[in-house]
Write a protein that binds this ligand. Structure first.
Ligand SMILES: Nc1ncnc2c1ncn2[C@@H]1O[C@H](COP(=O)(O)OP(=O)(O)OP(=O)(O)O)[C@@H](O)[C@H]1O
Ligand SMILES: [Mg+2]
Length: 131
């Protein structure tokens, strides 16, 4: 299933629901349906967080390194992650991030959080192998 086309459609709907400006870019790739479902749920949680805890515009990128590794990023331009935020500390992780963590495991992927390289806001990265 073409993942970028799917993300365009999903984010069009999410943008309406969240009243957010969501931009999707990257490279098209064919991904199995099971992975598409996990990717959709991850984007739903992370874009909702970007709207709720960050500020727009929200950027979603999907890229392939050409060597069998995919990367999905969700970026916002809010105030960034709270002090001491880590993916697995109980104090900073709510239900949403727990769901994302389980979905990333399903992809045999790796989830990391960074400051947005554009200067302000958060950047969540999911790296996972092509199947
Ligand atoms: N894009 C973001 N910008 C700033 N802080 C964020 C962002 N995403 C997550 N956070 C921080 O991480 C915390 C955990 O996020 P998580 O999605 O797990 O919980 P939540 O959004 O507060 O609640 P919910 O269970 O409804 O998702 C948030 O409460 C927030 O402090
Ligand atoms: Mg959340």
């Amino acid at each position: 299933m073409p993942v970028l086309a799917y993300l365009h459609r999903l984010c069009g709907e999410l943008a309406d629901i969240l009243s957010a400006d969501i931009e999707v870019s990257g490279t098209e790739a064919s991904v199995p349906t099971a992975q598409i479902l996990a990717i959709g749920l991850i984007v739903n949680e992370l874009a909702t967080n970007a709207k709720k805890h960050g500020a727009g515009p929200i950027k979603i990128t999907f890229t392939s390194d050409g060597a069998g590794q995919f990367e999905l990023c969700v970026l916002d331009e809010g105030t960034g992650l709270p002090e001491g935020f880590t993916m697995n500390s109980k104090g900073t992780r709510g239900l949403g991030m727990k769901v994302v963590t389980v979905l990333v495991e399903q992809l045999d992927g790796n989830l990391t959080a960074h400051p947005n390289p554009a200067g302000r806001g958060a950047c969540f990265k999911v790296a996972f192998p092509q199947r």
